[in-house]
Design a protein. Structure first.
Ligand SMILES: *Cc1c(COP(=O)(O)O)cnc(C)c1O
Length: 376
């Protein structure tokens, strides 16, 4: 099965009982047992048929063997970190998603799981940060908002040499463009709230592995801590994933044209997009992913100017989040990255006038006119 076919036909794509071509939403919390201990499903925290259909689907499309659905991306990431124990140390990409930074530094530290943030695009820096108690490397690529790229095959090599679990947040690329498990990762996590859901109407998280022992441990944690995705949201995600392929193709084409427009515009200073030849991660990203995605950032001369632009766009909606059919625009220094001190933000390259866009699937001519008017 090829990718777009898989999104529609992989996993459990129909109801064997009625022949319905859409998986039913099973709102049952418990299931009748044929005799004590004889059952297919027992209790819906442990397993629910609608959630199971989604979990089988994400496992298939990420080239894994076991999938797990959680109530949010953060619940999924938290469950993955709970694979580790007090005294363990984790290396993480230095500009990971803000919520990941927060859960690692303000929650998991309470359980004595230690973390070091490192530029994972620098292999020597990664090697130098490994300690005797290091157990995992946690990578995001491309990152937010500067679209920094990490070489997944190279990090997989370092992880293997040192016996570390290699975790990748694949939210930005989606399984349509990038499959980290095939590049040597052990665990893939997703904020399915973004491209997988794709319509800004569901909050969800997914985890995929291809190792039996990891799968067993993850299911144990999912069932023990209980941060599961409900049946209605599981169904919404299955529906969203069916169109992931055509959405990502359209987003790719729109984003290319918008990035070209921005690169040529006199009011725009810098453009960050891994599809640009001069982007420092262009070659590595091209070697590990089939497309560059719908996230791009650009700078204008000042924050005042940026704020004016954000007021003027009509189709680019001013909002956090990303990855949906509608285009979104945001100002990371005052929104997603506001909790980082300005000095640190500037060190990271997040300038005051940095604007981030998430390109949707509107007619690209409307999107271009929208930006043209706002930049005037
Ligand atoms: C949004 C996001 C998350 C968190 O997911 P939620 O569904 O909001 O909990 C994690 N990683 C990345 C890259 C994200 O964009």
């Amino acid at each position: 099965m090829r990718k777009k076919t898989k999104f529609i036909h992989a996993g459990i794509s129909r109801d064997p009982y009625t022949g319905a071509v859409s998986v039913p939403v099973h709102h049952a919390s418990t299931f009748k047992q044929d005799g004590v201990g004889h059952f297919k499903y027992e209790y819906a925290r442990t397993g629910n048929p609608t959630r199971e259909a989604l979990e089988k689907l994400i496992a298939d499309i990420e080239e894994g063997t076991h999938g797990f659905a959680f109530a949010s991306g953060m619940a999924a990431i938290t469950a993955v970190i709970q694979l580790f124990s007090a005294g363990d140390h984790i290396l993480a990409t230095d500009d990971v998603y803000g919520g990941t930074f927060r859960v690692l530094t303000k929650v998991m530290n309470r359980f004595h799981i230690d973390v070091t943030f490192v530029d994972t695009s620098d292999l020597d820096a990664v090697r130098a940060s490994i300690r005797p108690n290091t157990k995992a490397i946690y990578v995001e690529t491309p990152t937010n908002p500067l679209l920094k790229i990490t070489d997944l095959r190279a990090i997989a090599g370092v992880a293997r040499e040192n016996g570390l679990t290699f975790i990748v947040d694949n939210t930005f690329s989606t399984p349509y463009w990038q499959n980290p498990l095939t590049l040597g990762a052990d665990i893939v996590v997703h904020s399915a709230t973004k491209y997988l859901g794709g319509h800004s109407d569901v909050v969800a998280g997914l985890v995929v592995v291809r190792n039996e022992a990891l799968a067993e441990d993850l299911h144990f944690i999912q069932n023990s801590t209980g941060g599961i995705l409900g049946p209605q949201d599981s169904w919404l995600l299955i529906r969203g994933i069916k169109t992931l392929g055509i959405r990502m193709e359209e987003i790719e084409s729109n984003t290319k044209q918008i990035v070209d427009f921005l690169s040529a515009h006199p009011a725009v200073e810098k453009v960050y997009y891994p599809g640009l030849i001069h982007h420092p991660g262009h070659k590595v990203h091209s070697s590990q992913a089939g497309g560059f995605g719908g996230m791009a950032s650009f700078t204008v001369s000042s924050q005042e100017k940026a704020l004016e632009i954000l007021k003027k766009t009509r189709y680019f909606t001013l909002a956090e989040s990303l990855g949906a059919v509608e285009s979104l625009i945001s100002l990371p220094p005052l929104m997603t990255h506001a909790s980082i001190p300005r000095e640190r933000r500037l060190e990271l390259g997040i300038e005051d006038g940095l604007i981030r866009i998430s390109v949707g699937i509107e007619d690209v001519e409307d999107l271009l006119e929208d930006l043209e008017n706002a930049l005037r």
